[in-house]
Write a protein that binds this ligand. Structure first.
Ligand SMILES: Cc1cc2nc3c(=O)[nH]c(=O)nc-3n(C[C@H](O)[C@H](O)[C@H](O)COP(=O)(O)OP(=O)(O)OC[C@H]3O[C@@H](n4cnc5c(N)ncnc54)[C@H](O)[C@@H]3O)c2cc1C
Length: 439
């Protein structure tokens, strides 16, 4: 008689639900731990699995949308969250929105009724022995967070997002923006130069911009090192110019021209397709962030692939810790998924859950792990997680900067290029899925 293989999944949220089903469907026994309703998080209100804590949308659909590509991949893979979202969708003009009650009920019922899944409605305070998928999310209970720190090292677990906006490289006007390091440092930065008049206009707009009002439990104490740009500006007209917009040592390399203020962009990914505004972490509303960024010289057409956020969040420094198959380099039996693994968003969390759950089960069964191709959205995302800049790493959502750019051809607009990237990503994922997953 064969020995039963089993794994543990911690958390039945967006990632853990997909992880549990993917593993169970591979024939592995799953112990699924969910602490709600016995112990609630500050954002969840029900005992349903995969509770949508805020919006009821899994993002925009369609073949020019990065989330649309990830949705198509997860539908193909039969992910539980995508399947349930399709079954409970409601009209939302171009977005995949769901009836949150029906959606949560369907996910919960599917998992509770599965013969290979044993649900334990209790908090896990320690990482158990054996193969484990940790998917306890941005509001991981304190005891488990402490246990994670003990296992992985205190410096690898972040508790706040203080993220600056990230911009697609191909939307930056390089006839205005120039490469240079401060003084004689390596030319690793892109510099956005302001004259006094441009700075005045931009500073006035910043004064008008509106902030998200954080939940009480999210109110942050600002540390000097990660103060939001709006707070820096509140301290005075010149404060940004002595902080993240300091122009000294950034004269134009060709003309020698000095600027009144200079904002800097730092490379985020190995391919150099995504650049973040250094020191511009912000809690401003997304529309206002867009207006402010597009007021910057050379960023008038900026395509913002991730907006800045300031909120409570528990996540690992994925590039320092994780392999792209989503296990911990130093502890290969430990898989991580969802926000804890450095993703952002319901859909991204569920997709990494599917991959981590599949790979945990495959490890139990002695099978090769799965690694989606880099030009698919899921592949691009997990490659990013394991290879991004680890200094000040911030969680990432699905976006076009994660997959290789398609070469610009004459007459090809932005939408055509996105469509080509979508087709390329989906056919590559499909081919990989047929060959490696289904077989
Ligand atoms: C307030 C807030 C609002 C958000 N709004 C959105 C939004 O509108 N759209 C969007 O796309 N993303 C949003 N996000 C980001 C993110 O996509 C969601 O949080 C998403 O649910 C993350 O999926 P996850 O599986 O990583 O975590 P979760 O879905 O939170 O699942 C984690 C689960 O683990 C359980 N758990 C925690 N600790 C333990 C333990 N020790 N033992 C057992 N169980 C445990 C929790 O109860 C929870 O059910 C939001 C995040 C927050 C915090």
């Amino acid at each position: 008689m064969g020995v039963t293989k089993n794994i543990t999944v911690i958390g039945a949220g967006m990632a853990g639900s997909d992880a549990a089903l993917a593993a169970a469907e591979l024939g592995v026994m799953v112990d699924l731990y969910e602490m709600r309703p016995k112990k609630m998080t500050p954002a969840h209100h029900t005992d349903r699995f995969a509770e949508l804590v805020c919006s009821n949308s899994l993002g925009g659909e369609g073949d020019t949308n990065a989330k649309g590509l990830l949705q198509a991949e997860m539908l193909l893979a039969g992910g539980l969250i995508m399947r349930s979202a399709q079954a409970t969708r409601i009209p939302a003009g171009g977005a995949l929105a769901v009836d949150r009650e029906q959606f949560g009920n369907l996910v919960t019922q599917t998992l509770k009724e599965h013969p290979n899944i044993k649900v334990h409605q209790e908090e896990l305070t320690d990482i158990p022995e054996g193969i484990v998928v940790i998917a306890s999310g941005p509001l991981t209970s304190e005891a488990l967070a402490t246990s994670l720190q003990k296992t992985l090292g205190t410096e690898f677990l972040g508790f706040y997002d203080a993220a600056a906006p990230v911009i697609a490289a191909d939307s930056i006007d390089m006839s205005v923006v120039y490469r240079k390091g401060r003084y004689e440092q390596a030319a690793d930065y892109l510099n956005v130069p302001f004259t006094k008049e441009q700075y005045d206009g931009w500073f006035a707009a910043l004064g008008e911009a509106r902030s998200h009002s954080p939940h009480d439990w999210e109110k942050l104490e600002f540390f000097e090192g990660c103060m939001p740009i709006e707070e820096i500006a509140r301290r005075g007209y010149d404060t940004p110019r002595f902080g993240p917009m300091k122009p000294v040592g950034l004269e134009h390399p060709e003309t020698g021209k000095r600027f009144f203020a200079v904002a800097q962009l730092r490379q985020e990914d190995v391919r150099g397709q995504m650049w973040s505004l250094v020191g511009f972490q912000t809690g401003l509303k997304w529309g206002d962030q867009k207006t402010l960024i597009q007021l910057m010289p050379g960023l008038e057409n900026a395509d913002i692939v991730r907006y800045g956020v300031m909120h409570r969040n528990t996540y690992l420094n994925a590039p320092k810790l994780l392999n792209p198959i989503l296990n911990v380099r130093e502890h290969p039996q430990l898989f991580v998924a969802g926000v804890l693994a450095g993703t952002e968003g319901y859909l991204e969390s569920s997709a990494t859950g599917w991959l981590a759950g599949s790979n945990a089960a495959r490890q139990a069964l002695g099978l090769e792990p799965l690694l989606p191709p880099e030009d698919s959205m899921l592949g691009g995302l997990v490659h990013y997680l394991s290879s991004a800049q680890s200094d000040n790493f911030q969680p990432m959502n699905a976006n076009w900067g994660l997959v290789p750019n398609i070469e610009k051809k004459k007459g090809m607009g932005k939408a055509d290029r996105r469509r080509a990237m979508y087709q390329q990503g989906l056919s590559s994922f499909k081919e990989w899925y047929e060959e490696k997953v289904k077989s």
